[in-house]
Design a protein around this ligand. Structure first.
Ligand SMILES: Nc1nc2c(ncn2[C@@H]2O[C@H](COP(=O)(O)OP(=O)(O)OP(=O)(O)O)[C@@H](O)[C@H]2O)c(=O)[nH]1
Ligand SMILES: [Mg+2]
Length: 227
């Protein structure tokens, strides 16, 4: 499976209708959620540096072009203390207000925001903070996607089949319920209606195709006007 060529006709057609190119996706989430790992999984090589210890890894914004049609922006995660969060939030907001001008009209550079949540994460506070205080006030709500990573360790590693690299039914049920619960809680906490998050494992390449399909299915149909 090569994502460089994946569903390229679908993507091109959508971009032609929307009249912009490439699709710029900002990848965001708390530190350690697996943003960089997810990009490496999509690119099928190590493009982004992944954290090894407890320290956050990504400190700056980096963009990675998958093709001339799709580009991803890796960002530093929140949840690393008040001062760092303030600094990183500023970088995220700056990116959300990055613009380009076409035919005398100014448009937003970022077309879609992908919020990555850690499957094992009980404390959703930082994610809600990110949504509530950084993304939602500065970006169109209907361009926000949420996905659950680290599906393999959502139940602390239990019920993950290491031979097939897939969740067993019990874990699958758990993940399905978790996806619904997150959808509900995002609505309660931020008043944003998200589509039911998909779950995947960047580490084991589980459901990565589904993640990419979700991005394609939810591609904006027009350029982004500023708010
Ligand atoms: N078990 C498991 N571990 C994962 C998965 N995805 C990422 N990890 C691990 O989680 C840790 C953090 O991953 P990163 O990709 O660096 O996380 P990040 O969101 O980019 O973090 P920052 O750059 O600090 O914001 C690394 O040790 C990864 O190997 C996954 O799907 N399953
Ligand atoms: Mg990172």
């Amino acid at each position: 499976m090569m994502f460089v060529d994946y569903r390229i006709q679908d993507i091109r057609k959508k971009l032609e209708i929307a009249r912009f190119r490439p699709l710029d996706v900002m990848v965001t989430g708390v530190t350690g959620a697996g943003k960089s790992t997810t990009l490496n999984s999509l690119f099928e090589k190590e493009v982004a540096k992944v954290g090894t210890g407890v320290d956050p890894e990504t400190m700056e914004l980096d963009s990675y072009a998958l093709s001339d049609l799709v580009r991803f922006w890796d960002t530093p995660g929140l949840g690393d203390g008040v001062d760092m969060d303030r600094m990183h939030s500023k970088k995220l907001i700056n990116l959300l207000y990055k613009t380009y001008v076409l035919d005398n009209t100014t448009y937003g550079w970022i077309d879609l925001v992908l919020v990555i949540i850690e499957g094992a994460n009980r404390d959703m506070g930082t994610t809600y903070n990110l949504l509530n205080n950084v993304i939602v006030p500065n970006f169109q709500k209907d361009r926000i996607l949420v996905a659950i990573n680290q599906a393999d360790v959502a139940m602390k590693g239990r019920h993950w089949n290491n031979k097939t690299n897939q969740p067993e039914p019990i874990l699958k049920k758990f993940l399905d319920e978790q996806a619904e619960s997150i959808q509900r809680r995002v609505k309660e906490a931020t008043n944003v209606d998200i589509i039911k998050p998909i779950y995947y494992s960047a580490e084991y390449n589980y459901n990565i195709t589904k993640l990419f399909d979700t991005i394609i299915e939810n591609m904006p149909t027009r350029r982004r006007n500023l708010m």
